[in-house]
Design a protein around this ligand. Structure first.
Ligand SMILES: C[S@@+](CC[C@H](N)C(=O)[O-])C[C@H]1O[C@@H](n2cnc3c(N)ncnc32)[C@H](O)[C@@H]1O
Length: 192
C-alpha cells in the first residue's frame, strides 16, 4: 500500500516549478494576523509560508512530504527567509503535537482538512488572541469536480461556537476551478 508520504512525495517530485503566488484568501485576510509566528500546517512547497516570511513572520512549515519540505528549505535558505520546515504526519492520532510544535501567534491551513482530533488540538497551539486562518474545499467543489467528499467542508461547518475559538469571518470563495470556504477565528479566553 502506498503511504500518504509516498503519494505526496511522488506528486511533488513531478512538479519542478518554483512556489507560486500566495493563496488569495491569505492575501485578503493577512491584516487580521497577529505579529510574530505562524504555523503553516500541510504547507506543501510553501507558497504561503514564503509570503508570510517575506511579510516578516517567523514561520514553522509542517508537511508529511519531505520532498516538498526540502524544496522549501532550499528556497528559504537561498532567499534568507525565516522558515523552519518540519516533517510531521498530521494524521497520527498517537503523536503528541502540542509539546512538539509549540505555540504560535497564528496558524494557517490551506487546502487541507485536518482530522477531528487535530482540529480539536488547534486552540492549544495558539497563544491567547492568536489567529487561525483556514480555507479549504467545500461540497460545491466535490459536486463540481468529484474531489473526494471526505476532504470537503459542509456549508457553514465551523460556524457554530467552538470555544475558545471565536469566529471572526466566514465566507464562500467561488472560483472557476475551485470552490472553497474560508474561515478566520481568534482564540479568546472562555467566558468572554
Ligand atoms: C492540496 S496540498 C495543499 C498544500 C498547501 N497548503 C497549499 O495550499 O498549496 C495538501 C498538502 O497536505 C499534505 N498532507 C497530506 N496528508 C498529510 C498528513 N497526514 N500530514 C501532513 N501533511 C499532509 C500534503 O503533503 C500536501 O502538501
Amino acid at each position: 500500500m502506498v503511504t500518504a508520504r509516498e503519494k505526496w512525495n511522488t506528486k511533488y517530485s513531478r512538479r519542478t516549478s518554483l512556489p507560486g503566488e500566495p493563496d488569495r484568501f491569505l492575501v485578503e485576510t493577512k491584516g487580521l494576523l497577529k505579529p510574530g509566528t505562524v504555523l503553516d500546517l500541510a504547507c506543501g512547497t510553501g507558497h504561503n509560508s514564503i509570503y508570510l516570511a517575506r511579510l516578516g513572520y517567523r514561520v514553522k512549515s509542517v508537511d508529511i512530504s519531505d520532498v516538498a519540505l526540502d524544496r522549501l528549505d532550499r528556497f528559504a535558505g537561498s532567499n534568507g527567509l525565516g522558515i523552519t520546515p518540519l516533517a510531521v504526519d498530521l494524521e497520527d492520532a498517537d503523536f503528541d503535537y502540542v509539546p512538539y510544535l509549540g505555540t504560535f501567534e497564528n496558524i494557517a491551513i490551506f487546502n487541507y482538512k485536518p482530522t477531528a482530533s487535530l482540529w480539536n488540538l488547534l486552540p492549544q497551539l495558539l497563544v491567547e488572541e492568536g489567529v487561525l486562518i483556514y480555507c479549504t474545499f467545500n461540497l460545491a467543489h466535490h459536486a463540481q469536480t468529484g474531489f473526494p467528499r471526505k476532504y470537503c467542508l459542509r456549508p457553514g461547518q465551523h460556524t457554530q461556537p467552538l470555544p475558545p475559538l471565536v469566529l471572526h469571518q466566514y465566507r464562500e470563495i467561488k472560483g472557476e476551478n475551485q470552490q472553497r470556504d474560508g474561515y478566520v477565528f481568534v482564540k479568546r479566553p472562555v467566558g468572554f
